[in-house]
Every structure is written in structure tokens, then in C-alpha cells.
Design a binder for this molecule. Sequence first.
Ligand SMILES: *Cc1c(COP(=O)(O)O)cnc(C)c1O
Length: 410
Amino acid sequence: MATINSNFLKLKAGYLFPEIARRVKAYSEANPDKAGRIIRCGIGDVTEALPPAVVKAMHEGVDELANRSTFHGYGPEQGYEFLRQAIVDNQFANLGIEADEVFISDGSKCDTGNILDIFGKGNRTGITDPVYPVYVDTNVMAGNTGDANDNGAYEGLVYLECNAANGFVAAPPCDKLDLVYLCFPNNPTGAVATREQLEAWVKYAQENDTIILFDAAYEAFIQDSSIPRSIFEIEGARDVAIEFRSFSKNGGFTGVRCAYVVIPKTVTGKSESGERIPLHRLWSRRHSTKFNGASYPVQKAAAAVFSTEGKEQVAALIEHYMGNAKLLRETAQALGLQVFGGVNAPYVWVGCPAGLTSWDMFDKMLEEAQVVITPGSGFGAAGEGWFRISAFNSRANVEEVCSRLKALVS
Ligand SMILES: *Cc1c(COP(=O)(O)O)cnc(C)c1O
């Protein structure tokens, strides 16, 4: 009989979003009269249509495939040059990043999980708490942890607590990490790291030989020009950081699927014999062995995000979502709740009213207001007592959520 990867058995059964879906379904079945009123601000998924420039480019890509003379079969595994160059020119201008340091993929979820393929065992890995669950679960699957304790914290991971006192931005720890996941603007808390905070992390990484895995999926939501959009804006980051970016949240590609990893050739890890090996080389090998390229029409569509019309249309989408974030943020503040995020990020992170746990608040919002939020404790023990409201919605829905929240809390 085939044995299994028993690390999977360590995973906590109730992954956050299935549990949310289960409770919403149970409520809807028990309350059919209320089911139609439910507004979902739970999962961080975009809601608005693709920008017209993107749709046009995707159609053109499909038309090329429909004609023998312009047909494309397998493309380069690393992604088409036209897209990688557009990314470098538009997202990393003057940051010293080259087009061959960019790897196109079908999503940052996959990339942030798959990256563990190129790292060895026994790395001391830091994750923030609360955190995007993918970083944790992929480390569990890869065998980098022991079992979880009652709080859901896995033995072998170093949890960096984020809380109201540190503004949900963890400072580098005193002890040495080999790898650390940072995500700014943050999901779930909406926190952003200042230049000084990122400089402290890069300095820490240089001093401790740490690799920073920097998830910048939400960079497009940064409104404040003093906040870095890329870790590579920080001097020295080229030697210590890998950055993950996605078209999911700026271009609305959650259902289209396109993202990329930036691995400077100067970032290295250590072989068993102590030799420094560029991670770029390993990821290139991994990517071309296990991935056959994102689809051609999708890469055409992604490049259109950087066209003149594309940029304007994406800016309008961001403005729409950030208008929602502002309404949600101000409503929660006016109710006297503690609020983080919602300024340079599409998530508003709200303290539960006194005495309520995150799941209590989830149930209360569902049962009394028919609004689906995300319980903070689902992102880690330090998220207990908080909940996340997503700004990805129509304006009408957000206004309705605000009025229901007012009726519920005040
Ligand atoms: C949405 C999101 C991503 C992007 O994931 P895709 O697989 O590219 O859709 C990456 N990181 C975080 C933290 C996210 O919330």
C-alpha cells in the first residue's frame, strides 16, 4: 500500500473559509427568509468586472490562438518577455530588477507555497500572527513543523505577534531566523510597514543571513507615497529578499489567474557543504520542471494592466474599493470600535465589541445583521478579539453593511 505524506494529518481540520461557508450554509438553510439578505464581506475576493483594456487584450490573445499563422503553443515557462519587461518597467523602475529576475505564474497562493521546494529542512521560519494561512499550512505540508497546540500554533514555527500595541507590524525578533514571511499591505489586518520598519527588517536579514519572503499582493492599494510598495525600495534588499506579486487584487484577476515572483540573482541560500547558491537558479529549475507557463491570453491581459487605459481603469477600481474601505473604517470608528487598516489596504481590521470573541462576532453579524465577516482568530491566535471586513464589494452593499453594523453595535 502507498504511504501518505503524514504531515497532512497535522493540519487543523477546520480551515477558515470552509468553516465560514459551513456556518453561512447552515444559517441560510435554517432561515430561508433571511438568506437573500446575506452580504458577504468574508473572503478577500474582488467583486468588480475586469478592466475593459484587460478584456480587450484577452480577446485579442484568444483571436491569435484561433488562427494558425498567429497561434502560440507552449510559451516560455518563465513567462513571455513582453510581460516580464512590462512588469519591470512599470513596477520596478530604477530598483535594479531585471526582466529575467521575474517569473510569471498562475497565482501568488501557489508561489508562496511552492517556494518551499527550494529550501531545505530545519530552517527557522518566522511568520507574523495573525497571518495569511497559506504560509503556515504549506510549511506544515512540507514537514517543517511539529504538531499544533490548542491555540493552533505549530511547533517549529516562530510566531511574531502583531497587536494593537505594535500597530500590527512586528519588529524583527532578537533571535535568528533563516526565513521570514512578511506581507504588506497586510492581509488580514490592513497594516502597512513604513520605510523605517522595512529598513529594520532588511538590516536584520543582512545581519542574520535571513531570507525575507515579501508578499506585496496589495501594493496597488497604497495611497501614501511615503510607504514603500516593494521591498526592493529598501537598500540592500536585493541580497536578502524575494517578492511575490499578483494581478489578482489590482487587475481583478482572482478568477483569471496571473502572478509573479521576483528573485534577484544576488539572493543566496546555503548548500549542505556551506556553498552559497543563488536561489534564482533553483527556482528557475523548479519552475521550468513543474510549471508550463501561464496561458498566452492571460499574459496578454496582464500586460494590458500596464497600458495607458489599463492603468487608468485599475486606478478607478482601486479608488472604488478604497472608497468602500473608508466608509467601513469610519463607520466602525464612529461606533467606538478599535480600527486598523482600511487606509492603504482593502481590509478593515476591527476590534470586537467588549466580551465577544471573533467567532461570537461572526455569528452575531451573520444572525442579526446577515453580514459575513472573517473572524480574526482564524488567522492565528493573536487575531482573537478582532474581525476583518473586506472592502471588496459594490458601494451599495458597503453602505448597507455600514447601516446594519450601526444598528447592531450602537
Ligand atoms: C489574495 C492574496 C494573494 C494573491 O493570491 P493569488 O493566488 O495570486 O490570487 C497573495 N497573498 C495574499 C496575502 C493574498 O491575500
